[in-house]
Ligand binder design. Structure first.
Ligand SMILES: NC(=O)c1ccc[n+]([C@@H]2O[C@H](COP(=O)([O-])OP(=O)(O)OC[C@H]3O[C@@H](n4cnc5c(N)ncnc54)[C@H](OP(=O)(O)O)[C@@H]3O)[C@@H](O)[C@H]2O)c1
Length: 253
Protein backbone atom coordinates (compact mmCIF):
# COMPACT_ATOMS: atom_id res chain seq x y z
CA UNK A 1 0.00 0.00 0.00
CA UNK A 2 0.99 3.63 -0.40
CA UNK A 3 1.80 5.96 2.48
CA UNK A 4 3.21 9.49 2.64
CA UNK A 5 6.42 9.65 4.65
CA UNK A 6 8.68 12.48 5.69
CA UNK A 7 12.27 11.50 6.54
CA UNK A 8 13.28 15.03 7.57
CA UNK A 9 11.50 18.24 8.45
CA UNK A 10 11.42 20.97 5.82
CA UNK A 11 9.40 22.44 2.98
CA UNK A 12 6.41 20.05 2.73
CA UNK A 13 6.62 19.43 -1.01
CA UNK A 14 10.36 18.75 -0.75
CA UNK A 15 10.26 16.40 2.24
CA UNK A 16 7.02 14.44 1.70
CA UNK A 17 7.34 11.32 -0.45
CA UNK A 18 4.96 8.55 -1.44
CA UNK A 19 6.33 5.24 -0.19
CA UNK A 20 5.36 1.61 -0.73
CA UNK A 21 4.89 0.07 2.72
CA UNK A 22 3.55 -3.20 4.12
CA UNK A 23 -0.21 -3.53 4.32
CA UNK A 24 -1.77 -2.85 7.72
CA UNK A 25 -2.98 -6.47 7.98
CA UNK A 26 -6.11 -7.88 9.55
CA UNK A 27 -7.81 -6.09 12.46
CA UNK A 28 -7.49 -7.45 16.00
CA UNK A 29 -10.73 -7.97 17.93
CA UNK A 30 -11.03 -4.29 18.94
CA UNK A 31 -9.72 -2.78 15.68
CA UNK A 32 -11.09 -1.41 12.43
CA UNK A 33 -9.35 -1.41 9.05
CA UNK A 34 -10.50 1.16 6.52
CA UNK A 35 -9.48 2.41 3.08
CA UNK A 36 -8.74 6.13 3.05
CA UNK A 37 -10.95 7.83 0.46
CA UNK A 38 -9.95 11.46 0.97
CA UNK A 39 -7.97 13.68 3.28
CA UNK A 40 -7.55 17.47 3.40
CA UNK A 41 -4.27 19.34 3.56
CA UNK A 42 -4.73 21.39 6.70
CA UNK A 43 -2.34 24.21 7.69
CA UNK A 44 -1.43 22.02 10.68
CA UNK A 45 -0.23 19.32 8.25
CA UNK A 46 2.06 21.84 6.59
CA UNK A 47 3.46 22.90 9.97
CA UNK A 48 3.86 19.23 10.83
CA UNK A 49 6.03 18.66 7.74
CA UNK A 50 8.04 21.78 8.50
CA UNK A 51 8.71 20.59 12.04
CA UNK A 52 7.09 23.64 13.61
CA UNK A 53 3.85 22.03 14.77
CA UNK A 54 3.25 21.25 18.45
CA UNK A 55 3.52 17.53 17.59
CA UNK A 56 7.00 16.59 16.38
CA UNK A 57 7.31 12.79 16.31
CA UNK A 58 10.50 10.83 15.58
CA UNK A 59 11.15 10.38 11.87
CA UNK A 60 10.13 8.90 9.53
CA UNK A 61 6.59 10.09 10.18
CA UNK A 62 3.31 10.32 8.30
CA UNK A 63 1.30 13.55 8.26
CA UNK A 64 -2.45 13.76 8.07
CA UNK A 65 -4.58 15.08 10.90
CA UNK A 66 -7.85 13.74 9.51
CA UNK A 67 -9.49 11.76 6.72
CA UNK A 68 -12.59 9.91 5.64
CA UNK A 69 -12.49 6.20 4.85
CA UNK A 70 -14.60 3.18 4.01
CA UNK A 71 -14.43 0.26 6.43
CA UNK A 72 -12.81 -2.84 4.92
CA UNK A 73 -12.86 -5.14 7.97
CA UNK A 74 -13.69 -5.01 11.67
CA UNK A 75 -12.56 -7.13 14.63
CA UNK A 76 -14.99 -9.44 16.40
CA UNK A 77 -15.59 -7.05 19.30
CA UNK A 78 -16.41 -4.02 17.12
CA UNK A 79 -20.15 -3.55 16.86
CA UNK A 80 -20.74 0.12 15.94
CA UNK A 81 -19.36 -0.05 12.36
CA UNK A 82 -19.25 -2.73 9.68
CA UNK A 83 -17.56 -3.28 6.33
CA UNK A 84 -18.74 -0.70 3.80
CA UNK A 85 -19.50 2.05 6.35
CA UNK A 86 -17.99 5.50 5.97
CA UNK A 87 -15.90 6.58 8.95
CA UNK A 88 -13.72 9.40 10.16
CA UNK A 89 -10.71 8.63 12.30
CA UNK A 90 -9.84 10.36 15.56
CA UNK A 91 -6.14 9.48 15.16
CA UNK A 92 -3.52 11.17 12.97
CA UNK A 93 -1.10 9.76 10.32
CA UNK A 94 -3.86 9.63 7.74
CA UNK A 95 -1.97 10.37 4.53
CA UNK A 96 -2.04 6.67 3.73
CA UNK A 97 -3.99 4.30 1.55
CA UNK A 98 -5.22 2.14 4.42
CA UNK A 99 -5.49 2.57 8.19
CA UNK A 100 -5.88 0.18 11.11
CA UNK A 101 -7.19 1.90 14.24
CA UNK A 102 -8.89 1.09 17.53
CA UNK A 103 -12.63 0.72 17.06
CA UNK A 104 -13.31 3.66 19.39
CA UNK A 105 -11.38 5.93 17.01
CA UNK A 106 -13.56 5.10 13.99
CA UNK A 107 -16.66 7.29 14.00
CA UNK A 108 -19.41 6.33 11.52
CA UNK A 109 -20.82 8.89 9.10
CA UNK A 110 -24.09 8.83 7.18
CA UNK A 111 -23.93 7.15 3.76
CA UNK A 112 -24.12 9.61 0.89
CA UNK A 113 -22.30 12.44 2.68
CA UNK A 114 -20.10 14.55 0.40
CA UNK A 115 -16.67 12.94 0.74
CA UNK A 116 -14.64 16.14 0.58
CA UNK A 117 -16.76 17.66 3.33
CA UNK A 118 -16.60 14.42 5.32
CA UNK A 119 -12.80 14.38 5.09
CA UNK A 120 -12.59 17.69 6.95
CA UNK A 121 -15.43 17.23 9.41
CA UNK A 122 -13.31 16.43 12.46
CA UNK A 123 -11.25 19.58 12.92
CA UNK A 124 -12.49 22.82 11.40
CA UNK A 125 -16.26 22.64 12.06
CA UNK A 126 -15.90 21.90 15.79
CA UNK A 127 -13.14 24.52 16.02
CA UNK A 128 -15.46 27.19 14.63
CA UNK A 129 -18.36 25.98 16.76
CA UNK A 130 -16.42 25.84 20.02
CA UNK A 131 -14.79 29.23 19.54
CA UNK A 132 -18.27 30.73 19.48
CA UNK A 133 -19.22 29.02 22.74
CA UNK A 134 -16.16 28.27 24.88
CA UNK A 135 -14.81 31.74 25.64
CA UNK A 136 -17.61 34.32 25.72
CA UNK A 137 -21.30 33.86 26.52
CA UNK A 138 -22.59 35.44 23.32
CA UNK A 139 -26.18 36.56 22.84
CA UNK A 140 -28.05 37.19 19.58
CA UNK A 141 -27.05 40.58 18.22
CA UNK A 142 -23.53 40.44 19.70
CA UNK A 143 -20.61 41.17 17.39
CA UNK A 144 -17.72 38.78 16.72
CA UNK A 145 -14.64 39.69 14.69
CA UNK A 146 -12.36 37.21 12.98
CA UNK A 147 -9.41 37.29 10.61
CA UNK A 148 -8.57 34.62 8.00
CA UNK A 149 -12.30 34.91 7.33
CA UNK A 150 -11.88 33.24 3.94
CA UNK A 151 -10.39 30.10 5.51
CA UNK A 152 -12.39 26.93 6.07
CA UNK A 153 -12.72 27.78 9.77
CA UNK A 154 -13.65 31.35 8.90
CA UNK A 155 -16.37 30.37 6.45
CA UNK A 156 -17.82 27.89 8.93
CA UNK A 157 -17.77 30.51 11.66
CA UNK A 158 -19.73 32.92 9.47
CA UNK A 159 -22.47 30.36 8.93
CA UNK A 160 -22.59 29.18 12.55
CA UNK A 161 -22.64 32.74 13.88
CA UNK A 162 -25.46 33.70 11.54
CA UNK A 163 -27.49 30.69 12.69
CA UNK A 164 -27.19 31.98 16.26
CA UNK A 165 -28.12 35.55 15.36
CA UNK A 166 -24.57 36.81 15.99
CA UNK A 167 -23.08 39.50 13.79
CA UNK A 168 -19.65 39.05 12.25
CA UNK A 169 -16.88 41.36 11.12
CA UNK A 170 -14.72 39.39 8.71
CA UNK A 171 -11.15 40.48 8.08
CA UNK A 172 -9.63 39.34 4.78
CA UNK A 173 -6.64 40.06 2.57
CA UNK A 174 -8.57 41.21 -0.52
CA UNK A 175 -11.81 43.09 -1.11
CA UNK A 176 -12.86 40.77 -3.94
CA UNK A 177 -14.08 38.28 -1.31
CA UNK A 178 -16.73 40.66 0.02
CA UNK A 179 -19.76 39.58 -2.01
CA UNK A 180 -19.02 35.87 -1.60
CA UNK A 181 -18.64 36.03 2.17
CA UNK A 182 -21.72 38.23 2.50
CA UNK A 183 -23.69 35.65 0.54
CA UNK A 184 -22.63 33.11 3.19
CA UNK A 185 -23.94 35.36 5.96
CA UNK A 186 -21.11 37.77 6.78
CA UNK A 187 -22.37 41.12 8.09
CA UNK A 188 -19.19 43.08 7.38
CA UNK A 189 -16.09 42.27 5.35
CA UNK A 190 -13.03 44.48 5.82
CA UNK A 191 -9.55 44.32 4.38
CA UNK A 192 -6.73 44.04 6.91
CA UNK A 193 -4.45 47.10 7.20
CA UNK A 194 -2.88 49.34 9.82
CA UNK A 195 -6.02 51.35 10.58
CA UNK A 196 -8.24 48.30 11.05
CA UNK A 197 -9.50 49.34 14.50
CA UNK A 198 -10.68 52.73 13.27
CA UNK A 199 -12.40 51.31 10.17
CA UNK A 200 -14.13 48.55 12.12
CA UNK A 201 -15.37 51.02 14.74
CA UNK A 202 -16.74 53.18 11.93
CA UNK A 203 -18.40 50.27 10.14
CA UNK A 204 -20.05 48.85 13.28
CA UNK A 205 -21.06 52.23 14.73
CA UNK A 206 -18.60 51.81 17.62
CA UNK A 207 -20.13 48.50 18.63
CA UNK A 208 -18.58 46.69 21.60
CA UNK A 209 -17.12 43.59 19.97
CA UNK A 210 -17.05 40.94 22.69
CA UNK A 211 -15.09 38.20 20.91
CA UNK A 212 -12.22 38.28 18.44
CA UNK A 213 -10.79 35.11 16.89
CA UNK A 214 -7.38 35.38 15.35
CA UNK A 215 -5.24 32.93 13.36
CA UNK A 216 -2.45 34.94 11.73
CA UNK A 217 -0.08 36.06 14.48
CA UNK A 218 2.48 38.88 14.26
CA UNK A 219 1.05 42.39 14.06
CA UNK A 220 -2.29 41.02 12.79
CA UNK A 221 -3.01 39.86 16.35
CA UNK A 222 -2.54 43.41 17.59
CA UNK A 223 -4.80 44.82 14.89
CA UNK A 224 -7.58 42.48 15.97
CA UNK A 225 -6.97 43.38 19.63
CA UNK A 226 -7.52 47.01 18.60
CA UNK A 227 -11.01 46.07 17.38
CA UNK A 228 -12.20 44.17 20.45
CA UNK A 229 -14.07 45.95 23.28
CA UNK A 230 -12.23 46.87 26.48
CA UNK A 231 -13.68 43.88 28.32
CA UNK A 232 -13.67 41.66 25.25
CA UNK A 233 -11.78 38.44 24.63
CA UNK A 234 -9.30 37.76 21.87
CA UNK A 235 -8.64 34.10 21.05
CA UNK A 236 -5.46 33.25 19.15
CA UNK A 237 -5.97 29.80 17.62
CA UNK A 238 -3.63 29.60 14.62
CA UNK A 239 -0.54 31.16 13.11
CA UNK A 240 -0.77 31.53 9.34
CA UNK A 241 2.16 34.00 9.35
CA UNK A 242 4.31 31.81 11.62
CA UNK A 243 5.19 34.95 13.56
CA UNK A 244 4.97 35.47 17.31
CA UNK A 245 1.88 37.41 18.32
CA UNK A 246 2.45 41.13 18.69
CA UNK A 247 -0.03 43.08 20.81
CA UNK A 248 0.57 46.57 22.17
CA UNK A 249 0.31 47.07 25.96
CA UNK A 250 -2.92 48.99 25.45
CA UNK A 251 -4.32 46.23 23.27
CA UNK A 252 -3.45 43.59 25.86
CA UNK A 253 -4.84 45.62 28.77
N1 LIG B 1 -6.32 25.63 17.30
C1 LIG B 1 -7.02 24.73 16.67
O1 LIG B 1 -7.53 23.78 17.27
C2 LIG B 1 -7.24 24.87 15.21
C3 LIG B 1 -8.11 24.01 14.54
C4 LIG B 1 -8.32 24.20 13.16
C5 LIG B 1 -7.65 25.20 12.49
N2 LIG B 1 -6.77 25.97 13.17
C6 LIG B 1 -6.05 27.06 12.50
O2 LIG B 1 -7.02 27.84 11.83
C7 LIG B 1 -6.41 28.50 10.74
C8 LIG B 1 -7.27 28.29 9.50
O3 LIG B 1 -7.28 26.90 9.16
P1 LIG B 1 -8.07 26.42 7.87
O4 LIG B 1 -7.89 24.98 7.69
O5 LIG B 1 -9.44 26.95 7.95
O6 LIG B 1 -7.24 27.22 6.76
P2 LIG B 1 -7.39 27.27 5.16
O7 LIG B 1 -8.78 26.91 4.76
O8 LIG B 1 -6.26 26.51 4.58
O9 LIG B 1 -7.20 28.82 4.86
C9 LIG B 1 -6.02 29.47 5.22
C10 LIG B 1 -6.33 30.96 5.34
O10 LIG B 1 -5.20 31.63 5.82
C11 LIG B 1 -5.02 32.84 5.09
N3 LIG B 1 -3.59 33.13 5.09
C12 LIG B 1 -2.58 32.35 4.65
N4 LIG B 1 -1.40 32.92 4.88
C13 LIG B 1 -1.66 34.13 5.46
C14 LIG B 1 -0.86 35.20 5.92
N5 LIG B 1 0.50 35.16 5.86
N6 LIG B 1 -1.47 36.28 6.44
C15 LIG B 1 -2.82 36.35 6.51
N7 LIG B 1 -3.64 35.35 6.11
C16 LIG B 1 -3.06 34.25 5.58
C17 LIG B 1 -5.59 32.54 3.70
O11 LIG B 1 -6.00 33.78 3.18
P3 LIG B 1 -6.54 33.98 1.66
O12 LIG B 1 -7.94 33.48 1.71
O13 LIG B 1 -6.44 35.43 1.47
O14 LIG B 1 -5.64 33.17 0.80
C18 LIG B 1 -6.75 31.62 4.03
O15 LIG B 1 -7.94 32.34 4.25
C19 LIG B 1 -5.01 27.90 10.60
O16 LIG B 1 -4.07 28.75 11.22
C20 LIG B 1 -5.12 26.61 11.39
O17 LIG B 1 -3.89 26.16 11.88
C21 LIG B 1 -6.57 25.85 14.51
Amino acid sequence: MKQVLIDRYGTPWDVARCADVADVGEPAADEVVFDVLAFPINPADMWFCKGSYRLKPPLPATPGAECVGRVAAVGAAVKHVKAGDLVINLQRENWAQRRKVKGDDAIPLPAGIDLKQAAMVRINPPTALLMLSDFVDLKPGDWVIQNVANSAVGRLLIVLARQRGLRTVNVVRRASLTDELKTRGADLVVVDADDLGRRVAQATGDAAIRLGVEAIGGSATGRLADCVATDGTLVHYGSMSGEDILVSPNGAI
